[in-house]
Design a protein around this ligand. Structure first.
Ligand code: SF4
Ligand code: SF4
Length: 294
């Protein structure tokens, strides 16, 4: 099952707006939002959940009041200051680091060590096709594992429904969730912007895609805002053999579409949308090249 993941190396490049537009152009395939720490593809695609599951990772302590003798030892033991009060003491789940010390040393064995509810994931229907997405609770970790679960569910869904492509909005940056979203993907689209940090982050994320030997294409967004940096990015890409499929201008229709709750390609058939359509045609061409090699 071919998988395309859209990455950016940093937030704020317009990655999600472009992914939503590609979801519109590719309509009917499985869409996946892998940006589990701060998902926002659902804001544009308005999915209706069909199935929701709890994501649990790690453990947290919970005191059983009925068995607690109120000795207070656990309050003193917890170096994360996660246990407060005395009648009985209560664990603040947000502060509990899951070290299990209180569980092991409670003289009454009155502390359970329960799987931690870190977030929820969903399989939904959207106007662009079936969608797999999630929301990690604030401050929770292990988003890489949640990304892996979403990808697995997306593959199953695509197989069950006979869909020929998975299009994923990847997490920003180059940390664990990005690695989790990339391994085994067929094509990476990197959306960048013409700023020094955009150029720097593009180098970092393309180093990662090169490491995983993933065919990579680049889209420069808001390219007209800084022609010098845009030229620098194009030169970098040329040196590294990375095709730049589009240099999109800053266009107010993107924000207007967002405010209307639509993808830009749904909202208007202007020049910007035409450039996105051309970019999508280029993406399909590169994907076909990958498929032929396999
Ligand atoms: S150590 Fe155990 S018995 Fe003592 S206060 Fe904590 S939970 Fe209760
Ligand atoms: S498991 Fe560790 S961090 Fe959590 S409440 Fe017990 S001692 Fe504190």
């Amino acid at each position: 099952m071919p998988e395309i993941v859209v990455l950016s190396g940093k937030g704020g490049t317009g990655k999600t707006s472009l992914t939503a537009a590609f979801a519109h152009l590719a309509r009917g395939h499985v869409i996946c939002d892998l940006d589990v720490d701060a998902p926002d593809l659902h804001l544009l695609l308005q999915p209706t959940p069909r199935r929701s599951e709890t994501f649990r990772s790690g453990h947290e302590a919970r005191i059983r009041a009925a068995d607690c003798s109120r000795c207070g030892q656990c309050v003193d033991l917890c170096r994360f200051d996660a246990i407060r009060g005395d009648d009985p003491p209560v664990v603040n789940a947000r502060q509990c680091e899951g070290c299990k010390l209180c569980v092991a040393l409670c003289p009454q064995a009155a502390i359970d060590f329960i799987p931690r509810h870190c977030g929820d994931w969903h399989i939904s229907d959207s106007r662009m096709g079936p969608m797999v997405h999630a929301q990690l609770r604030p401050g929770e970790e292990n988003s890489g594992r949640l990304v892996a679960i979403l990808r697995e569910e997306a593959r199953k869904l695509a197989g069950n429904l006979g869909r020929g492509l998975i299009l994923s909005d990847g997490p920003p940056g180059v940390a664990c969730p990005v690695i989790s979203s990339l391994s085994g993907a067929d094509l990476a689209i990197i959306v960048t912007e013409p700023t020094p940090s955009g150029r720097h982050d593009l180098k970092r994320v393309t180093a990662l895609t090169a490491h995983f030997k993933i065919v990579t294409v680049v889209i420069i967004n808001k390219g007209n805002l800084n022609p010098e940096q845009t030229a620098g990015i194009k030169s970098d890409c040329c040196q590294r053999g990375l095709p730049v499929l589009a240099t999109l201008p800053h266009d107010p229709s993107v924000t207007a579409a967002m405010l209307a709750g639509k993808t830009v390609t749904e909202y208007t058939a202007n020049g910007f949308s035409a450039e996105l359509q051309a970019a999508w045609t280029g993406i399909q061409r590169h994907l076909n090249t990958v498929a032929r090699k396999e």
